[in-house]
Design a protein around this ligand. Structure first.
Ligand SMILES: N[C@@H](CCC(=O)N[C@@H](CS)C(=O)NCC(=O)O)C(=O)O
Length: 213
């Protein structure tokens, strides 16, 4: 059985959980106490992931990290959600890279500082991040105005990756999507229809934490 190391606030962990459920694969939760600094310890980094990040997926003796790698691995192994041609697979990879560099990464940082940071977020940092976010979200919104999914006419891991953080309560990020990016909002409704979708807080381990700032 797959083992997925992560925690409930982690949209990157949710991306993998969503795909495992969509593929109908049994998996076991391995709670990582991220909020109390476990991934910063030398022991965890040496024993689990030198990059100090979740998600981590164990498939028997094989250990994988980086959600984009894990999604690509599972899609290829189970023959679903990876794109139906070489062109589509490359297009999926293109969106995964964009997501990891500019979409999820800025959004997750913004939300973390707003909801879970140890001290009140610095307005200058938040303003800068918001500008980067507005740019990335506008690009995705424009793309989705012309297509039902990010790649081709059916859902892929690109959709699971980019949407991974967008099912958490808006109060956590304070970043409105529904009113400002209508094509993203409509796409999120389609993503919710993919078999296996669930509320991240209902399928991942760890307590829900009220936004701090
Ligand atoms: N690109 C990585 C990002 C993973 C990531 O940033 N995970 C967060 C938790 S959701 C983390 O462990 N952050 C630790 C850190 O940035 O030091 C992925 O997609 O797996």
């Amino acid at each position: 059985m797959y083992q997925l190391h992560g925690f409930s606030q982690s949209g990157n962990t949710f991306k993998v959980a969503f795909l495992l459920r969509a593929l109908n694969q049994p998996w076991e939760q391995k709670f990582v106490d991220f909020m109390n600094g476990v991934t910063r310890t030398g022991e965890w980094r040496e024993g689990t992931n030198e990059m100090g990040e979740v998600p981590v997926l164990d498939d028997g003796a094989r250990r994988l990290t980086q959600s984009g790698v894990i999604l690509t691995y599972l899609a290829a192994k189970h023959g679903a959600y990876g794109g139906v041609s070489e062109d589509e697979r490359l297009e999926v990879l293109r969106w995964l890279l964009f997501d990891n560099h500019k979409f999820t990464s800025y959004f997750a940082s913004y939300r973390f500082m707003k909801a879970f940071g140890p001290s009140a977020p610095d307005p200058a940092v938040m303003n800068w991040l918001r500008g980067r976010l507005d740019n990335a979200f506008s690009i995705v919104d424009k793309h989705l105005a012309r297509a039902p999914y990010l790649v081709g006419n059916a859902p892929t891991i690109a959709d699971m990756s980019l949407s991974g953080y967008l099912f958490y309560p808006v109060e956590e990020s304070g970043y409105e999507v529904a009113g400002r990016f209508p094509s993203i909002a409509a796409w999120l409704e389609r993503v919710r229809e993919i078999p296996g979708w669930a509320n991240p807080y209902e399928i991942l381990p760890g307590e829900v934490i009220a936004p701090r700032w």
